[in-house]
Design a protein around this ligand. Structure first.
Ligand SMILES: *Cc1c(COP(=O)(O)O)cnc(C)c1O
Length: 492
């Protein structure tokens, strides 16, 4: 299958799309068509394990890899998880939780980032290129650590992670600062995620930096969800959750379900939309935002406007105003006309906003519903859910749960719904503990202990280990100095 740029650039193979990360014209790679998942194929997959399901779905898009290769990568990637990579847990008769946080770094990003290094390494071999790969990552907290884990000590690869020094949780920061590996670099910035993402995109598309690194023998790639190799593994868990519900008789054949997705950069939920386009019976995709609710406004009245205050919340991985992957949805909204995308992205660049006719959104993308939860709603969701179901939500997932309740109150929709759970509550122990008890335990490790004592839930070993590990990366730079700080790493 070929991949084309949302801004009109030429077709490339899957391997090339994954190696490049972003198209030369600044657009994002999208599949040239959506392969169809027939009912027979779906039913066939019910008895498969997760890695086999992954190989099937990946194989429909990544046609320059063999099924055997893909199965091998999926087996290796998902062996790094603690048990099932994407189990579905029932909370009541209509609502389920899809737990995506059992990977090495306790966030859903692991699902794609344990697989991406295999896809990239193989793509480089297939291309015959002798270049090394320089992975640049902007992170709002979880991508950084997941990418560091995925790419550490991968041959022919260097990885640089840029994160907002004051915009991530204490645990997220420690996870990144203690990352080992001879090819890993971590830089904090005095800015927010959007600043980090903008800097990375600029470096990617600047001729000067491309030349500079080409001389050193590197070509760039991205481990952010702008990379197609991040999105395609995410389609798998939507399909897999559906198959699990079907397999256990929770739903009937062809019965549609809703997915509720805590959303920041729009990568996770976009994969759900792609699953629907392949034929998975999805009714609604509920876009759940925190108070940085740009997307809620977009889906409700067609206005996308980043000229607004930026809020730091207890769901930091969703503190994002420029959701990169929305560009891919705009491409579909505009009937795959690159001129439509170019015009909108130009407006966004110049004015920081654009408007799309809201009736068109409702007509063309009827599956989307935009909701948001403020900090109070989120705190209440954590507290109530624990009280009612004895189940501990992390703040991102709590945003989704609270948004889902608002959606049901508005619509009365009784379709069975899967809430996508994106992180372990222990990554955000301080806030979760405070939501439950009102106590503000400043010391992150004491907060972990208290949360454990209060809830009797298990502390993941990745968290308890952290207190023992030395800090290896503590540099923090001004936003304007990001590029020079990256160059300095390679100026030997
Ligand atoms: C990244 C992340 C999100 C947001 O996912 P997007 O693909 O950026 O929309 C939500 N929750 C957690 C815990 C995350 O790490």
């Amino acid at each position: 299958m070929d991949f084309i740029s949302t801004r009109g650039g030429g077709a490339v193979s899957a391997g090339a799309a994954i190696l490049k990360g972003i198209a030369e014209d600044g657009g994002l790679y999208v599949p040239s068509f959506f392969p169809e998942l027939s009912k027979e194929e779906l039913l066939n997959m019910v008895s498969m394990d997760y890695a086999e399901r992954a190989a099937c779905i990946l194989g429909m898009y990544l046609t320059d890899y063999t099924e055997a290769e893909l199965l091998d990568y999926a087996r290796k990637a998902y062996a790094r998880f603690d048990g099932e990579p994407a189990p579905v847990i029932g909370s009541d008769d209509e609502t389920y939780i899809l737990e995506l946080f059992h990977g090495p770094t306790l966030a859903f990003k692991d699902i794609a980032l344990t697989l991406l290094p295999h896809l990239m390494t193989a793509a480089r071999k297939k291309s015959g290129s002798s270049d090394k790969t320089l992975i640049l990552v902007a992170t709002s907290g979880d991508t950084g650590k997941a990418a560091l884990e995925g790419f550490k000590d991968v041959e022919g690869t260097e990885i640089v992670v840029i994160y907002p020094s004051e915009g991530v949780s204490a645990m997220q920061k420690l996870q990144m600062q203690t990352s080992a590996g001879k090819n890993v670099h971590v830089i904090g910035i005095k800015g927010n995620f959007d600043d980090a993402q903008t800097a990375v995109k600029r470096i990617f598309t600047s001729e000067e930096s491309k030349m500079k690194f080409a001389e050193l023998g590197y070509s760039f790639s991205s481990a952010n969800s702008i990379n197609w190799g991040r999105l395609v593994p995410q389609i798998v868990y939507y399909v897999s959750a559906y198959l699990d519900l079907l397999g256990t008789g929770e739903i009937d054949e062809d019965e549609p379900v809703n997915f509720v997705v805590p959303t920041g950069n729009f990568g996770n939920i976009l994969a759900g939309y792609y699953a629907k386009r392949m034929g998975l019976p999805i009714n609604k995709l509920i876009v759940a935002s925190n108070v940085n609710n740009v997307l809620t406004d977009f889906f409700n009245d067609g206005k996308y406007d980043v000229n607004r205050p930026f809020h730091k919340t207890m769901s930091p991985s969703m503190d994002i105003l420029v959701s990169s992957n929305l560009e891919r949805l705009l491409f579909e909204l505009g009937d795959r006309d690159p001129a439509f995308v170019r015009k909108i992205m130009e407006e966004l660049k110049i004015y920081g906003k654009y408007t799309v006719d809201s009736d068109t959104i409702r007509e063309k993308l009827p599956e989307f519903a935009g909701y948001y939860s403020d900090e109070q709603d989120t705190a209440e969701a954590i507290d109530n859910f624990f009280e009612n179901y004895d189940y501990l939500l992390d703040p991102h997932t709590a945003v989704a749960v609270s948004s889902y309740y608002d959606y049901v109150a508005d619509t009365g929709d009784q379709t069975k719904s899967v809430v996508v759970s994106t992180a372990s509550p222990y990554k955000f122990a301080h806030d979760v503990y405070e939501c439950l008890t009102g106590n503000d335990e400043k010391d992150p490790f004491k907060a972990v202990k208290r949360l454990h004592q209060y809830t009797m839930t298990e502390i993941p070993k990745q968290i308890s280990e952290l207190s023992e590990l030395p800090i290896l990366h503590d540099s923090v730079v001004e936003t304007k100095d990001i590029e020079s700080a990256i160059f300095a790493l390679f100026d030997k």
